[in-house]
Design a binder for this molecule. Structure first.
Ligand code: FES
Length: 126
């Protein structure tokens, strides 16, 4: 059993995934409440991602939710792949909204933090 790092390129978040676990299950460990988990069995297409780098083992996926053309450009169903190396994946299916909603929330939090530290500096001069 080996663990690999999986990076979601939409948000630059990284999580670890064992080679005996599917990527969707590992992604859920990010504690993302909005992740829409569907059938977990390659049949609904909700977990579609595009692997932009790395190697993986894949199991049978329904052609009804993943076209030949999509598969040729690296799209897979996260519930049906396990990593064989570190992976970079771009969320392209119905998960995009859940994944990117959190990214926007983080960005505004960072901005607020920067503004606070700038305004508190002059008061510290003595
Ligand atoms: S959860 Fe349904 S295809 Fe992955």
């Amino acid at each position: 059993m080996t663990s690999f790092q999986v990076t979601i390129t939409n948000t630059r978040e990284t999580f670890s995934c064992r080679d005996d676990t599917d990527v969707l299950r590992a992604m859920e460990q990010l504690q993302r409440k909005g992740i829409p988990v569907g059938c977990r069995n390659g049949g609904c297409g909700v977990c579609k991602v595009e692997v932009t780098s790395g190697q993986y083992a894949k199991r049978k996926m329904s052609r009804a939710v993943l076209t030949q053309e999509e598969e040729e450009r690296g799209c897979v169903l996260a519930c049906k792949i396990s990593p064989l190396s570190d992976l970079q994946v771009q969320v392209v299916g119905k998960m995009v909204r859940a994944v990117e909603a959190r990214k926007n929330k983080t960005t505004s939090f960072d901005f607020g933090f920067m503004a606070t530290s700038e305004t508190s500096q002059p008061g510290k001069e003595t």
